[in-house]
Design a protein around this ligand. Structure first.
Ligand SMILES: Nc1nc2c(ncn2[C@@H]2O[C@H](COP(=O)(O)OP(=O)(O)OP(=O)(O)O)[C@@H](O)[C@H]2O)c(=O)[nH]1
Ligand SMILES: [Mg+2]
Length: 658
């Protein structure tokens, strides 16, 4: 994507606000890359308005709170895929962060390998742009429900949010979750209806749905008075009127300056820096990211590391940074109001406060919602273990999980029944799958059990997590989808036919009923169905839910799969392996078309009676095997089965091999 600005004056059709504004877009080297339309730039004054906000201060000590008009801190929040990272791209381009001819990857903030492969944001990330002399810190957050913990945490470092909603899909479960969290924190929202270029957009209905959602979430009068912008993030255009014309994001930048409050803080007060995210650098080690709530962060200064329930520890900051474009930039000091990062404090953890040694003032501890799903990680005990992995022992696994706990506050790890096993509790299957996939790439081998929901005792009753599942399907699949969800004890609570040929159904269903559902749902709806779910709380246990209807074909010996054997087994079901692949006794090599498991010999060669017979093996027609992604494998297995994960392979097996 390119910057949408052209040299010279704007043509007709620009939003009126543009004509009264001036632009001051600096590129990284400090050159003004675009400037037109008078009057000349006047950089906003820092600390220009004095206010008193004792309510924001945990100790209600009288403070001289000041407003940093030269700063804005905001998070972009939305349901998955509604266009957050794409909009950040456009904001970066139009604020001159990149050179005109610079090669920059699309959705540049999705910088992790897994993010690029999956096309989703997994970790919240910071960036900063400058618009009309005001620095805007932007946090791009993930929209997938499993990473909701990232979003919750992130909200601790911002003063307002931009809620993005797809102009066709409207608010979806995660829109409700993230907006609910933002409103509960009193963060003012700007609503952005994105993808207005979609031919099936329904802008007015979507706006009504957004109002309904705000009302449903008990928004205050003030919160209901949100500004609305309409964007095509891909083209980098924002409009204040959906029927208007525009060429850039100026209306959006202006709305940010006007509606996102400037941070209020006291730079003269003792330091308070809340660690919200941790990052790692090979050069400086652990880096804590967060907001300087009060005081000033200074490099090489002794500070107090304040952890919940323990006395202050002395620490020295080897580096202090702020954000500029995509970079962390070293600074001698960062005054209150800005988002900053610090290095040199080895024991720093999410939720810690950095304070002044003589007068330590800890900030409230960060809490995020509890995990709802667990999976046991254990040592790979298959006969093929150790062939391609580097880290194989339970000690390796334990150390790696301990490291994960440092950066990921929404998971918990506990010792499982077996000494070589650890139970990892998380917010969803995707979050677990991302962790396993990351470990696998680092060289780990693991055995994984079937993910299970975490039950709780609520008022003396066994309770389990319940979800609101929202499915969107073409009309002709309503029957089958309803039947599938009902058989998993889902209750339909709403059905909306928008008259566009697609129907939206809402179900209340135990999380357990959704495990393993997604792939069947996609098969039954020929890939056209959309399924989203949001945890709504704990409800009394729903009772038995039938598991996988099919049995499996289990190899009865070690060896290699053979074309001849596969050819003879494929009428019995679906085969999972290719000829030549190593197999072992207890490995699942296919799905039985019936409900029971059967042991098979997939290594059986044809008896060679003559030369021609040996050659004729190659003429046998084989159906391509069914392959599993990690998530599909985790969803597929039953309670007595495991997924074997190595850097090079994903295999399914029985726990008991013989
Ligand atoms: N037509 C159209 N497509 C868009 C627009 N904005 C984003 N997209 C597309 O929507 C898809 C998802 O965009 P992302 O920016 O990754 O969405 P996201 O909200 O960051 O997704 P997560 O971070 O995974 O929650 C991509 O294929 C984008 O190209 C838009 O305004 N119009
Ligand atoms: Mg994203």
């Amino acid at each position: 994507m390119r910057s949408r600005f052209s040299d010279g004056c704007p043509e007709t059709g620009l939003a009126p606000v543009f004509l009264h504004s001036h632009l001051d877009f600096h590129s990284l080297n400090g050159r003004v890359s675009r400037a037109f339309v008078e009057p000349p730039v006047t950089a906003a004054e820092p600390f220009c308005r004095e206010t008193e906000r004792p309510d924001r201060h945990p100790h209600s000590i009288r403070m001289d709170m000041q407003t940093r008009n030269d700063l804005r801190n905001l998070a972009i929040i939305a349901h998955v895929d509604h266009g957050k990272t794409t909009l950040v791209d456009a904001m970066l381009w139009q604020s001159g962060v990149f050179r005109e001819n610079e090669q920059v990857a699309e959705r540049v903030m999705d910088s992790l390998d897994l993010e690029r492969e999956k096309g989703i944001t997994i970790m919240a990330k910071n960036t900063a742009i400058t618009y009309r002399g005001t620095k805007i810190n932007i946090v791009d957050t993930p929209g997938h429900a499993d990473f909701g913990g990232e979003v919750e945490r992130t909200l601790n470092m911002v003063d307002g949010v931009m809620l993005l909603v797809d102009a066709t899909e409207g608010p979806l479960p995660q829109t409700r979750f993230v907006l609910g969290k933002a409103l509960a924190r009193g963060l003012p929202p700007i609503v952005v209806i994105n993808k207005i270029d979609r031919p099936d957009r329904r802008i007015n209905e979507v706006l009504d749905e957004i109002y309904d959602l705000f009302i449903d979430l008990d928004a205050t009068e003030e919160q209901l008075d949100f500004p609305v912008l309409y964007t095509n993030a891909r083209a980098g255009v924002a409009l204040t009127d959906p029927d208007g014309r525009g060429r850039d994001l100026v209306p959006l930048f202006e709305a940010i300056l006007e509606h996102i409050p400037a941070p209020t803080c006291d730079p003269e007060a003792p330091l308070q820096f809340l660690v919200t995210t941790l990052q790692h650098s090979d050069y400086v080690g652990r880096i804590g990211v967060g907001k300087v709530v009060n005081g000033v962060l200074r490099r090489n200064r002794e500070v107090a590391l304040l952890k919940p329930d323990s006395p202050p520890l002395g620490a020295s900051l080897s580096q202090v940074y702020t954000y500029e474009g995509l970079n962390r930039v070293e600074r001698e000091e960062v005054p209150a109001g800005d988002i900053a990062a610090v290095a040199g404090v080895d024991d720093i953890f999410i939720g810690d406060t950095l304070g002044d040694l003589p007068e330590p003032r800890p900030l409230p501890v960060i809490t995020v919602e509890e995990p709802t799903i667990s999976m046991v990680f254990s040592v790979n005990t298959s006969p093929l273990a150790g062939r391609d992995g580097k880290f194989l022992t339970s000690r390796h696994i334990k150390e790696r999980l301990d490291k994960e706990l440092l950066y990921n506050v929404s998971i918990r790890v506990e010792q499982a029944e077996n000494r070589d096993s650890y139970r990892v509790n998380a917010r969803g299957e995707l979050q677990l799958a991302v962790l396993v996939e990351t470990m696998r790439r680092e060289g780990f081998e693991l055995s994984l059990s079937k993910p299970k929901v975490i039950t709780r005792e609520v008022k003396g009753q066994l309770s389990e997590p319940m979800e609101l599942a929202v499915v969107d399907v073409p009309e002709k699949f309503v029957g089958i989808v309803t039947e599938m969800l009902s058989s998993r004890r889902g209750k339909m609570t709403r059905m909306i036919n928008n008259g566009f040929g697609r129907v939206r159904l809402e179900f209340e269903i135990a999380s357990r009923g959704l495990i393993g559902f997604r792939s069947r749902f996609l098969t039954e709806t020929r890939g056209t169905g959309i399924l989203n779910a949001l945890l709504v709380g704990y409800m009394p246990h729903a009772g038995e839910i039938a598991g996988r209807p099919n049995g499996v074909l289990v190899s009865d010996r070690d060896g290699r799969a053979v074309t001849y054997a596969i050819h003879h087994l494929q009428p019995r079901g679906t085969i999972f392996v290719n000829p030549g692949e190593p197999v072992y006794a207890g490995m699942i090599v296919g799905e039985n078309s019936r409900s029971e498991d059967i042991r098979v010999n997939i290594t059986k060669e044809k008896k060679l009676t003559n030369i021609r017979a040996a050659g004729s093996d190659e003429a046998l027609h084989l159906i391509p095997p069914r392959r599993f992604t990690l998530e599909q494998a985790m969803e597929y297995i039953s309670d007595d089965e495991l997924v074997e994960v190595t850097p090079g392979a994903i295999r399914l097996r029985k726990m008991e091999r013989r």
